[in-house]
Design a protein around this ligand. Sequence first.
Ligand SMILES: C[S@@+](CC[C@H](N)C(=O)[O-])C[C@H]1O[C@@H](n2cnc3c(N)ncnc32)[C@H](O)[C@@H]1O
Length: 283
Amino acid sequence: MPNKSDSAYGKHPSIMPEEIVKRLVRLFAFEKDLVLDPFAGSGTTLKVAKELNRKWVGYEIYENYEEVIKKKLGMNNVRPPLKINRIYNLDVFAFFDSLPDNSVDLAIIDPPYNHKLIPKLKRTASIYIFNTPFNCAYIASHLRKKNLIHRISEDYTFNHEEIRIPYAAPERVNSPKGILKNGQRWFPNPNGKLCSDVWEISSDRHQTKIEGKIQKNIHPSPKPENMIERIIKASSNEGDLVLDLFSGTGTTSVVAKRLKRNFIGCEVNESYYEHAVARIFKE
Ligand SMILES: C[S@@+](CC[C@H](N)C(=O)[O-])C[C@H]1O[C@@H](n2cnc3c(N)ncnc32)[C@H](O)[C@@H]1O
């Protein structure tokens, strides 16, 4: 059994004890020989081969073990280019260092923005930042003062037809004569009214109540899926890249995947990150 000091303890179900691998490597490979591990798992064989001055190469099918393997190999700081449709268990600053400039179509940020974000956005991209009303006003004025919103594009995406809201009296839609308004006949849009600037959406805690009781959630403040869905439909198109900073348990990435958008994100808390990966995998 691996001991609790193994850096992958609790993160991989079947870690090979290092001592077994050490004996095998010493017995069957000389220094500088190449050790192959085609089922790398948490990376024990690769770590031992490295320590014993052998060359090493490995393969692991599950991408979510990448961070575990890198940690075992002492390569946490080695950052190859990020792949899309993944969340990274990284601090937002480390994440930004690897994210290519001019790659993002829509940024959904929860909580506040970071000025390193701006170069990552395409000229036509949109940013949504969640915060309290007081902070939002402060963030907007700060962004303007620092000239961080310096490119206001004319050709940004806003699909208003995609986010119509059902009328309060939906039966009017079926009225064959339409509605008489200011002497003119008006026919309501069957998809509902245009979405206004003020959105009324209950919090996730309230939407997921069972028999009137708020359920215990792994994350204290997940965003409601229907709100994220509206943002993504309005401000991106299929195949666009949605940036999910501060992913939490991955609501934005899950909805982006459902709506056939690409996504990329980061979450520093390991247990939220793992929950997000599981949610995305199930979606
Ligand atoms: C309000 S929550 C996001 C919830 C998410 N939108 C959802 O629906 O599940 C903010 C998240 O930011 C993460 N966080 C805080 N500081 C961070 C940092 N420096 N880098 C990356 N993530 C961070 C927290 O762990 C927390 O899960």
